[in-house]
Ligand binder design. Structure first.
Ligand SMILES: [Fe+2]
Length: 435
């Protein structure tokens, strides 16, 4: 692989890449397989995680019924917080520790799946909360051994959380989003039933769809794995290992599907072909970014979501201000790709073409503008906010946004260009409004 241009070997750079992924079952109605799959994984006493919003739909009941029919003893935890916090992770851990479960099933969006990962981790290997949390906030201690089996059943077509070893939360004391990242917290099996997306509000489909899009685009344009320093021991190779030939395959297909279907999936809940394909794109992008890692738009999204003032879009819980994850990512993406394109222009042009942009006659110097223009067009036709200004920020917030982003070193280091607080400030200034 060292012969390919983007993956040319470098002095001190890594020479190999990992492929880690959950097993996956994809298809209409497959939630009803949960019981049989759980028993095959040796589960008898099962913690079923969800949130109160998801619990109103029949999916949780479908899964619970299937588990009980297979002879599992099921305890439901529906206290998961949308946009989880250190406190909500710890509350879920309390439930998990007390119940002495031998397996976990999560039904919901990224918040539910991530909370279940964390509860499984801390109940299996108890430790101070910051022990497993990403550095520099936490100790980033490696997970000591395998966790209990976890079947993740996503009900939004976005996060890819069912395929990754990352659990994201808000650390309330510092008002920052951070996470736990280790391959051992990846769910054992992803049970992906696209019919769960048929009841989602359009804004949720749009935000989730842009999360998928940015996972694929960021993974494809991340620093090549050959340019990241070789780890001390192979077992220490990070999951965010940089772009690699295997992740590239999933990125390409996810971008093609997103380009083809996102607008249809948003505008017509009855367009099942579009929603099915967005769900599949989410899984492909999740597998890709789980092995490559995202970079600057996601790094910036943590600050955009964490510092939210009063924004609260249609289709989401109204209890508190909230910038949904996919929105907090995509408002940054056009400005970021405009800036990063000259680091690997051919990859930015390919990304634009796969998303459906007209790249005829475009040369490498046009890559950033062609891609940014197409992203902006997709944002407009799906009703996304007009940049960072559209979710409530102004020029007086640039310092706080840039500093909040710079703290996300795990993501920033995966960028194809080095970033400083000053360059991040300029990116946020360029992301304030696009039209
Ligand atoms: Fe994401």
């Amino acid at each position: 692989m060292g012969c390919c241009h983007y993956y040319a070997f470098t002095d001190g750079g890594d020479v190999a890449f990992n492929v880690d992924m959950s097993a996956m079952t994809f298809g209409s109605g497959c939630l009803a397989e949960a019981g049989d799959q759980a028993r095959a994984l040796g589960m008898k006493r099962v913690a079923l995680f969800t949130d109160k919003g998801v619990a109103r739909f029949p999916h949780v009941e479908t899964v619970a019924k299937s588990l009980r029919a297979a002879g599992c003893d099921v305890a439901v935890y529906d206290e998961v917080k949308v946009e989880p916090t250190d406190g909500s992770f710890q509350a879920a851990t309390g439930f998990a520790a007390e119940g002495k479960f031998d397996g976990y099933v999560s039904v919901g969006g990224g918040s539910v799946i991530d909370t279940c990962k964390a509860a499984n981790l801390y109940a299996t290997y108890p430790a101070d909360f910051l022990a497993y949390v990403n550095a520099p906030l936490g100790e980033a201690r490696p997970v000591p051994g395998p966790l209990k089996p976890h079947i993740a059943c996503p009900t939004t077509c976005g996060t890819g959380a069912e395929c990754t070893g990352i659990a994201v939360f808000d650390y309330l004391a510092l008002k920052v989003k951070t996470g736990i990242a280790h391959r051992r917290i990846r769910p054992t099996l992803a049970l992906i039933d696209p019919t769960t997306s048929y009841t989602l509000p359009k804004n949720v489909v749009a935000a989730s769809g842009f999360d998928v899009l940015s996972h694929a685009l960021e993974s494809y344009t991340a620093i090549p794995y050959t340019m990241r320093a070789r780890p001390e021991r192979p077992s220490l190779r990070p999951m965010s290992q940089g772009a690699n030939p295997w992740s590239d395959i999933g990125c390409r297909k996810a971008l093609e599907l997103t380009g083809q279907y996102i607008q249809r999936a948003v505008s017509d809940a009855g367009d099942h072909e579009a929603r099915d394909n967005m769900m599949y794109a989410a899984a492909l992008a999740g597998i890709a970014f789980g092995n490559a890692g995202v970079h600057v738009p996601h790094g910036m999204s943590y600050a955009v979501a964490g510092l939210v003032k009063s924004f609260n879009p249609e289709g989401y819980p109204k209890a508190e201000p909230l910038v949904p994850h996919g929105m907090s990512v995509i408002v940054n993406s056009p400005a970021v790709f405009r800036h990063l394109a000259d680091a690997c222009p051919e990859r930015h042009l390919e990304g634009a073409r796969w998303l459906g942009a007209d790249v005829r006659g475009a040369v490498e110097a046009d890559a950033g503008e062609v891609l940014a223009t197409h992203l902006i067009k997709l944002m407009q036709v799906t009703g996304m906010p007009n940049g960072v200004g559209g979710v409530g920020y102004g020029s007086s917030d640039l310092d706080a946004l840039a500093e909040g982003t710079f703290a996300q070193q795990r993501l920033i280091r995966n960028s194809p260009k080095a970033m400083t607080v000053e360059s991040l400030k300029q990116l946020f200034a360029g992301a304030m409004a696009y039209w």
